[in-house]
Design a binder for this molecule. Sequence first.
Ligand code: NAD
Length: 470
Amino acid sequence: MLNHFIGGRRVALGPAFGVHDPVTGAETGQAREADEEVVRQAVAAAGQAAPGWAALPAAERAGWMRRLADGIEARFDDLVAAEIADTGKPLEQTRTLDVPRGAANFRAFAEIAAQRPEEAFHLPGVLSYTVRRPLGVVAVVVPWNLPFLLMTWKLAPALMAGNTVVVKPSENTPRSASLFAEICADAGLPGGVVNVIFGYGASGRLLVEHPGIGGVTFTGSTSTGTAIMRSVSERVRPVSFELGGKNAGLVFADSDLGRAVEGCVRSVFTNGGQVCLCTERLYVERPVFEEFCARLAARAREVEPQPMISAEHRDKVLGAYGLARAEGAKFLTGGGVPEFGDARDGGYFVEPTVVTGLPESSAFNREEIFGPVCHVAPFDGEDEAVALANDSDYGLAATVWTTNLDRAHRVAQRIEAGLVWVNTWYLRDLRTPFGGVKLSGIGREGGTRSLDFYSEPTTITIKLEHPDAR
Ligand code: NAD
């Protein structure tokens, strides 16, 4: 049983709920669901710890960040096992991306904070400068697709900026957050600086609505983002939202087609398509459209199916396949449920799928599906490519495949998205801004922008006696 972690101690309050293995569908554990009392205790513990943590010199907090990174590396195999148990991810991905990034997040923000200059403006007779204060207690609400990576991406800068936190991981993926609580306790982190509570959306809602919360950082679906925005609106709390996407990939006829196909296989099917940055709309310049489709479909048939996180999510993805079928889409590959003839048949798998032939107005092309699937359509020329990419309510990420340098810059700069990759996908420098436009989010995290969100500036202006002063 996973119990909450509050004020440095485990708290066994609230009803139990089941956690399932997406590979087999079997219940593999239970966690406690946070109710009002649990949320009250967690926010109170974080509130009590806040002044002491904020008062530490930044260099000392940076030392804590490095100790937490060390703790993550020391429990590397346990974290890998926890993440795989909850998500059914491939071992290789978990070992090379999810868990190492967790440690990297803490190290990166220790460095970024140390190198950050303060703002100061000096006019004759006037000196203005800013000091930054933490928000206080930050509510960290995160999803199930990259549970440890996304949780630490928010925790590290929030803590580094001097806040204490209450984290609520997804109901589907509580294990890595629970292990992280253990790592904090083992490292001797002062009680109350990091608090972890478990539960469904209702627990998250109690948390973000609590009056003791100074700010909310959230990664998840756009619909939950809008609900949280309503929840915090009365108290005008700052929010940072990393939400859904319906990301476009543009493949030009002058691209290195082999590289573009391989890149698109990664950007469509990684993590079973359950990455906010995954491509679900591919547009290919007409002269290479047929060849690209044939090559992509052939490669998609070789992709090992990965489980969806839950039966509910599998049904949502299958619903999208059904919608495409009903609207007359042509399936180049996939569209069903794979059969294994073993325990995996009880799991939540769907086939990697490539479709074509749907209008842009189709719900399939407009709503995020969050599965191993994309629609491919032809385009003629740069202007149409850009118009198609931008014809979306979302604006998180896009990829451009071309060997023409001028075109790469021209097209990338016209795309309405927070992130554009050229001839690659998901290559990240943690110092760069990360986030989306339109329904894909509010604000940017990454580098000093994270530290900006997790703190508020106070501008101090001093009148200096000066012969030239006006
Ligand atoms: P979700 O919105 O259903 O849940 C996310 C978290 O919010 C969970 O912990 C959930 O319990 C909690 N929650 C639900 N309702 C709540 C409420 N009313 N108040 C407070 N908390 C609430 O998302 P999900 O299904 O877990 O994750 C998939 C979604 O996340 C996709 O839409 C994906 O695009 C998005 N995502 C975005 C990014 C990004 O960086 N932009 C990254 C990863 C995932």
